[in-house]
Design a protein around this ligand. Structure first.
Ligand code: SAM
Length: 212
């Protein structure tokens, strides 16, 4: 039997914003239990401020946990079978990559528009890179898509997406999210972490150019 896939998010922000927290909780929920989600390079002070679902497997009930922090992704350098999900990679991820990789590394980075290529900081570890198509995804979306490709064996171009959705608040106000999301097969809406719409709505009155 093929080894279980592991998802590693290298936290690359200074603090931990509510946006990032909601994404990490969504990832923890999506990836499921069994030590498959690794949140790396968290400063000890940040770790202390995480909700229990992200640190203590005994406490979680509805969200699965098994979030283990490693010192950082550098620990995986030279391990082999590690894929960096890299918007700058020349090759797109394919279902056959399930035979090639067991570890999938992502930047724990706020999406920005236009993208600043901070994922590039992870290239120095020499991991093989794969792209998830040309459009920027939020970190939780990127993990959702990788799982669909390598675990469910769905090719990238067979996944249904919602690109740059406009979230409408009322007749006059809306917010466009400059990212690609997976489409919810039942509602047709972009899949976002629980609580994210409310957060975006709260922020929609402030100007922002750095997001999620
Ligand atoms: N603007 C960003 C940057 O500076 O690189 C992209 C950050 S994105 C919000 C967070 C992470 O999701 C990336 O570090 C990458 O691992 C993954 N990701 C998002 N979209 C991707 C894509 N189209 N191809 C490959 N990886 C992607």
């Amino acid at each position: 039997m093929a080894p279980e896939k592991k998802y590693v998010v290298e936290h690359m922000e200074d603090g931990i914003s509510p946006w990032v927290l909601l994404e990490y909780l969504a990832i923890s929920h999506d990836v499921g239990g069994g030590a498959k989600f690794y949140l790396t390079s968290l400063m000890p002070s940040l770790k202390m401020s995480l909700p229990p679902q992200l640190v203590d497997p005994e406490v979680a009930t509805t969200t699965s946990t098994d979030v283990i922090d490693l010192p950082g992704v550098r620990e995986l350098a030279g391990h082999g079978r590690v894929c960096l999900l890299d918007p700058g990679a020349t090759k797109d991820l394919a279902p056959q990559d399930a035979q090639v990789f067991d570890w999938f590394v992502f930047g724990g980075i706020l999406g920005d528009h236009p993208p600043r290529d901070r994922t590039g900081e992870l290239r120095k570890y020499g991991f093989e890179g794969r792209r998830l198509g040309p459009k920027q995804m939020t970190t939780d979306t990127a993990i959702r898509v990788v799982k669909m490709v390598v675990e469910d064996q769905i090719p990238l171009d067979k996944i249904e997406y919602v690109d740059f959705p406009e979230l409408r608040w009322n007749k006059h106000e809306s917010t466009e999210m400059p990212f690609r999301y997976v489409k919810d097969g039942q509602t047709g809406e972009p899949i976002m972490p629980e609580g994210m719409r409310e957060l975006i709505r709260q922020d929609s009155n402030r100007g922002f150019d750095e997001f999620v």
